[in-house]
Write a protein that binds this ligand. Structure first.
Ligand SMILES: C[S@@+](CC[C@H](N)C(=O)[O-])C[C@H]1O[C@@H](n2cnc3c(N)ncnc32)[C@H](O)[C@@H]1O
Length: 200
C-alpha cells in the first residue's frame, strides 16, 4: 500500500478518538500558536495536515490570521469542519498537489513531516513554493527517540523521527527560533521551529 493510502486508512480509525488522546503526546502545539500570535497575527496562514482543526481553532481564537487548512484525510477534515468557523477554508488534498494560485505569509506543519519521513525533502520544497519571500514556516514535530523500545512503538504507528528533519529545515530556511524539549523526562524529544523563506 502506498504511504498516502496508509495515512488515510490510519486516520479513518483514529479520527474518532484523536482529540481526546493526542494532548497526551503531541506536545508543543500550544507553544507554536503563541509564537505565531507574537509574530504575524494578521497574516494569511496555511496549516498543512490540519487534521481535526485543533490548531486552527486556537489560531482563530488567538490571532487575526486568515486561515486555510488542508489534509489528506476526509475523516479528520469532517471533524474539523464541525468545530471550525465557516470562514476558515478547508480542502482535502495532499500537500504536494495543493495549488491555491497564491502564496502564503506563513505555513504551519504540526506533526506531519514524521508521518512520511522519506518525502520530507519534496514536502519542504513544496512548502517553499507556497511561501512568500520572507514568509514563515512553523513546525512542531518529534525530534529523537529516547529508547529502542519507543522507536519500535512509534514505527508501528507509522512514525519515523530523526534529527535530520530539523537539520533539513535549518539548511532550507533562515532560522528565527527553535527549541528542543524532552517529553516525559526523555522518552522522546520534540522540537518547535520558526524559519523564514529567503527565496522568492
Ligand atoms: C498527527 S496528525 C496532526 C494534525 C494536526 N496538525 C494536529 O497537530 O493536531 C497528521 C495529519 O497530517 C495529515 N497529512 C499527512 N500527510 C499529509 C500530506 N502529505 N498532505 C496533507 N495532509 C497530510 C494526516 O492526514 C493527519 O490528519
Amino acid at each position: 500500500m502506498e504511504k498516502k493510502e496508509s495515512i488515510i486508512k490510519y486516520y479513518k480509525k483514529q479520527s474518532g478518538f484523536y482529540d481526546i488522546t493526542r494532548p497526551l503526546f503531541l506536545f508543543g502545539r500550544g507553544e507554536i500558536v503563541k509564537w505565531i500570535a507574537e509574530t504575524n497575527p494578521k497574516d494569511h496562514l496555511l496549516e498543512a495536515g490540519c487534521g481535526t482543526g485543533h490548531l486552527l481553532k486556537s489560531l482563530a481564537k488567538n490571532t487575526d490570521c486568515v486561515l486555510t487548512g488542508i489534509d489528506l484525510s476526509p475523516d479528520m477534515l469532517e471533524i474539523a469542519q464541525r468545530k471550525l468557523p465557516t470562514e476558515i477554508n478547508l480542502h482535502q488534498t495532499d500537500l504536494e498537489d495543493f495549488n491555491p494560485g497564491k502564496k502564503y505569509d506563513a505555513v504551519l506543519l504540526s506533526y506531519v513531516f514524521t508521518l512520511d519521513f522519506a518525502k520530507n525533502v519534496e514536502q519542504i520544497k513544496r512548502v517553499k513554493q507556497l511561501l512568500k519571500h520572507n514568509g514563515r514556516i512553523y513546525v512542531v514535530d518529534f525530534h529523537r527517540y529516547g529508547s529502542a523500545l519507543y522507536k519500535r512503538y512509534m514505527n508501528w504507528h507509522g512514525i519515523e523521527m530523526g534529527v535530520e528533519l530539523l537539520q533539513l529545515l535549518e539548511s532550507e530556511f533562515a532560522t528565527k527560533r527553535k527549541s528542543i524539549r524532552k517529553a516525559y523526562g526523555g522518552v522522546w524529544e520534540y522540537f518547535i521551529y520558526e524559519g523564514a523563506n529567503v527565496e522568492d
